[in-house]
Design a protein around this ligand. Structure first.
Ligand SMILES: NC(=O)c1ccc[n+]([C@@H]2O[C@H](COP(=O)([O-])OP(=O)(O)OC[C@H]3O[C@@H](n4cnc5c(N)ncnc54)[C@H](O)[C@@H]3O)[C@@H](O)[C@H]2O)c1
Ligand SMILES: [Fe+2]
Length: 863
């Protein structure tokens, strides 16, 4: 029964049955092949190579006899390249099982055969291509069925016979090599569409390439060439001449990468042509060129078979001009004018010892001509440039669209690889998409494998980064004395300056000029940053001392960034990202020229140790995050927080609590950050209400200052989550202070993250959904009691809610003064802004937009 699909080419039933037989035997061989190990395969390859080498001369003779053209000696060389050079390349290559590994990336590459390969081979290299493809197929454990060119079927068959015999003895599966000699197109079409054929590997003319590509199967198809050569005035002319003569005479030029048109710089035209003639080339007269053109191509432009691969002598007598047996190559001077050249028949591929010559006035003209030549049937194939001027080589390589560009080397023998260079040896030269191929490779065993990537799970290493120095507890401000600087810029807000903060700092900085920039208000925007940068640019201080709340410290971070890297744009730096380590935004990697000291006057943001700076850009909160933003020194002086009114104490304290509770369940949480989270929560729960009720309680203030910085260290490494995303969105929209905005959502987000996620956050380091456990763990460690995990968690949540009430936090957006109408009209926009906020990237569950809307609703109504 025929196994081809309906509506595909049909042949007579008897022929179909016979063809099916070939394919089905090949399939059986392919199955047997799959069982072989590398050593067994290599033994087979060795045996085939040896047999091919021994048969090289006989096969060359047969090829000459059958095709009637080419050069016997060169056909022998081609057969050697297809065996000896190929073997040298293949002998230590792995093609079975694990062929490559990258332990650092946890990746292994495992090779599998394709199955049944249908191979078309050309008339130009009839036996060498068969030797080459058969050995490559054996190396890759593929069964191969040959469809040789109709005029070279016998020699191909003999090559297969020789290889099969040697292979048999070495364990080659039966019928792994077969030839189907029937010359008709129907047979090819039938096989092209055969379900049992897994892959088509074509080497042939444009028609064969097109037909194979149309079959709709995986294939590598390589077609004809038309190689231009450029000899620049900086070239070694004698070398170029010998190279071209070697190459152009090789097998009478019946080889697709052979030189076709040589573009010679004006300045060296005479010298080069003389040298060519001296070495045995014959320069034809204009009339003879016309005679040759008539002989080489039929009026319809097709190649005249009579002229294919003929010697100069034969070409002369066929065309009607004088040539001798000593002539190596016929030189045909072609027009320099590109339009005239394009119309000349001899601009095309000449599979005979005929080389076109074009005189060129400039590099630009030469490149244009070479490009034009490739466009006449040589795109994707091969080209060459002779030059010692590297710039010319570079320009040529950039401009010319060929898969191989040979520099100071012959194309025919050079492109096959291994003789003049280290390219992969091949008889199948990929021409890229320009020539209908999937590859520009020198096709070899890799192209005949299905390579599987076995990729092991990898969790990238984590980090715990802290600024170099943190001074804390009452009196920490004295640490400023150690700073040595001629000029410092104090960045602060007008209120702080009013409280005498600037004077206090000055008192601790003997011998340092202190200039004050006190324009930073809450939620700083671009304008104030720009003004600040201008001051830094003019003053050029060695030191920036930021004294204030998170707004001031964040502004100072941004001022330093844009002072040191004025080329950066806020727009680019706040680009969204999925994974901070892979993000597109480019932060500078430079040594700071200005040191940044951060002294918080609130106890909340942790900005004094964090890599984040929150700015207001275009009515939204935008977060800059990069470790280059981390201050060099943090001075956590609790006395500076004594002046905070209770609402600010509460707002900033709840911010710190939220940092700790979000970092604890983040996908980047680690034992390092966990320790900091627990300690921060432990300090905040009792001390925030104390500081709230008794603003002068220095002990409570100290605990809060430290807790805020400790929470800052945790979230600087583990980052925050969906609570901050929601707080940023509503904070910017309704002008609600950051801490209160956090407070409104905190109870809802805790329950949200403790529930079973509808969508998990993909994170290799987060191997189980541990957020609910982590909350319970915190409750238990800080001594809230509870027997079961659920109880422990509930107690923590209840305690958090109690704290929010104790410090009189609004418990809903409504209570914070947002009207229903206002809320409802902005809900979609808020959900979207929260979804785009970078904070959600480290939340343990991915919040769906509708879940964000739900959380926003909950936040609006409260309990
Ligand atoms: N960079 C980070 O890592 C990070 C983290 C969380 C929050 N933030 C950001 O920080 C900002 C909030 O910072 P914040 O909560 O410190 O408030 P803030 O800096 O915005 O200051 C709020 C107000 O309190 C006043 N103030 C500050 N200290 C005072 C004191 N000791 N006595 C009296 N008044 C004082 C300020 O003058 C200001 O008017 C927000 O923009 C938030 O997004 C940044
Ligand atoms: Fe915050």
């Amino acid at each position: 029964m025929s196994v081809i699909a309906a509506a595909e080419p049909v042949v007579q039933p008897a022929l179909a049955e016979r063809l099916d037989g070939y394919v089905s035997r090949a399939q059986t061989a392919a199955r047997a092949f799959r069982e072989l190990r590398q050593e067994e395969v290599d033994r087979i390859v060795w045996a085939m190579v040896v047999a091919g080498l021994r048969g090289a001369v006989e096969l060359a003779e047969l090829a000459m006899e059958e095709t009637g053209f080419g050069v016997f000696e060169d056909k022998v060389v081609k057969n050697y390249i297809a065996t000896e050079f190929l073997y040298d390349y293949l002998k230590d290559k792995r093609s079975v099982g694990v062929i490559d590994e990258d332990p650092e990336r946890g990746i292994e590459y495992v090779a599998e055969p394709i199955g049944v390969v249908l191979a078309l081979t050309p008339i130009t290299n009839p036996t060498s291509t068969v030797l080459f493809k058969a050995i490559v197929a054996a190396k890759t454990r593929n069964a191969i069925v040959f469809r040789p060119s109709a005029r070279a079927a016998r020699c191909a068959q003999r090559a297969v016979e020789i290889l099969q015999k040697a292979g048999d003895e070495a364990g080659l599966p039966r019928d792994a090599l077969q030839v189907i000699p029937d010359p008709t197109l129907d047979v090819s079409q039938y096989l092209f569409h055969h379900r049992g054929v897994d892959f088509i590997w074509t080497t042939g003319g444009p028609k064969a390439v097109a037909a194979a590509n149309e079959a709709g199967k995986p294939c590598v198809s390589v077609g004809p060439g038309n190689a231009p050569v450029y000899i620049h005035r900086s070239a070694d002319v004698r070398m170029a001449v010998v190279d071209m003569l070697i190459s152009k005479t090789f097998d009478s030029s019946v080889i697709c990468p052979a030189e076709q048109t040589c573009v010679i710089d004006d300045a060296i035209w005479d010298e080069t042509v003389e040298e060519l003639e001296r070495m045995g080339a014959r320069l034809l007269s204009g009339d003879d060129v016309e005679r040759l053109a008539k002989l080489a191509f039929a009026p319809d432009g097709s190649v005249e078979m009579r002229a294919l691969g003929q010697s100069c002598l034969n070409l002369g007598s066929l065309a009607g001009f004088e040539a001798t047996a000593d002539d190596k190559v016929l030189l045909a001077a072609l027009p320099s004018d590109p339009a005239e050249l394009a119309a000349h028949p001899l601009v095309r591929e000449k599979l005979m010892p005929v080389l076109g010559l074009v005189r060129s006035p400039s590099v630009e003209h030469a490149l244009e001509v070479c490009e034009l030549v490739t466009e006449q049937g040589g795109l994707g194939h091969t080209s060459a440039v002779y030059a010692t001027d590297d710039d010319v080589v570079r320009r040529f390589a950039e401009r010319i669209r060929t898969g191989r560009i040979l520099v100071n080397a012959p194309t025919a023998v050079g492109a096959l690889g291994g003789v003049y260079n280290s390219m992969t040896p091949t008889f199948s030269l990929g021409c890229g998409t320009w020539g209908g191929s999937v590859t520009t490779d020198n096709v070899n065993y890799r192209n005949l494998l299905n390579v599987k990537t076995v990729s092991r799970r990898q969790a990238p290493a984590q980090w715990f980064r802290v600024p170099s120095n943190t001074y804390f507890n009452p009196g920490a401000i004295d640490s400023l004395r150690q700073l040595k600087a001629a000029q410092a810029l104090l960045v602060t807000d007008p209120q702080a300056e009013g409280r005498g903060v600037a004077d206090e700092v000055r008192a601790h900085l003997d011998g340092t000029g202190v200039h004050v920039f006190s324009e930073v208000g809450p939620e700083p925007g671009e304008a104030v940053i720009r003004r600040g940068v201008k001051v830094v640019d003019e003053l050029r201080p060695e030191l920036l001392i930021a004294v204030g709340g998170g707004s001031v410290i964040d502004a100072a971070k941004a001022m330093r960034l844009f002072h040191e890297s004025p080329e950066l744009s806020l727009d680019e730096l706040t680009l969204p990202f999925l994974d901070a380590r892979k993000r597109v935004a480019n932060y500078p990697e430079i040594e700071h020229s200005v040191r940044l000291v951060a002294m918080p006057t609130t106890a909340g943001t942790g900005s004094e140790v964090s890599p984040a700076a929150v700015l207001t850009v275009g009515g939204r909160k935008a977060t800059l995050v990069d470790y280059s933003l981390v201050p060099d020194m943090a001075v956590v002086e609790p006395r500076l927080t004594l002046s905070m009114p209770p609402t600010l104490t509460a707002d900033s304290g709840v911010d710190a609590l939220t940092h700790a509770l979000e970092a604890a369940v983040s996908i980047f949480a680690s034992p390092y950050t966990d320790a900091f989270c627990v300690q921060a929560v432990y300090q905040i729960l009792p001390n925030l209400p104390r500081a709230f009720e008794h603003p002068d309680d220095l002990e409570a203030r100290t605990a809060m200052s430290n807790a805020a910085t400790i929470a800052g260290l945790a979230f600087s490494n583990a980052f925050v989550g969906v609570n901050h995303a929601l707080a940023h969105a509503v904070g910017a929209r309704f002008g609600i202070a950051h801490g209160r905005a956090n407070a409104i959502f905190l109870p809802h987000v805790l329950r949200y993250n403790a529930a079973l996620p509808s969508k998990f956050m993909p994170a290799p380091g987060y191997t189980a959904y541990v957020a609910p456990e982590k909350y319970a763990q915190i409750g238990w460690i800080i001594g809230l009691g509870g027997r079961t995990e659920a109880e422990q968690r509930e107690r923590l949540f209840a305690r958090v809610e109690q704290l929010l009430d104790d410090v009189r936090m609004p418990r809903s957006l409504e209570a914070a003064g947002v009207s229903r109408a206002e809320f409802e009209s902005s809900l979609p926009e808020l959900a979207r802004a929260a979804f785009e906020d970078a904070s959600i990237r480290t939340n343990p569950r991915i919040p769906l937009v509708r879940e964000l809307a739900q959380l926003l609703e909950e936040g609006f109504h409260g309990r």
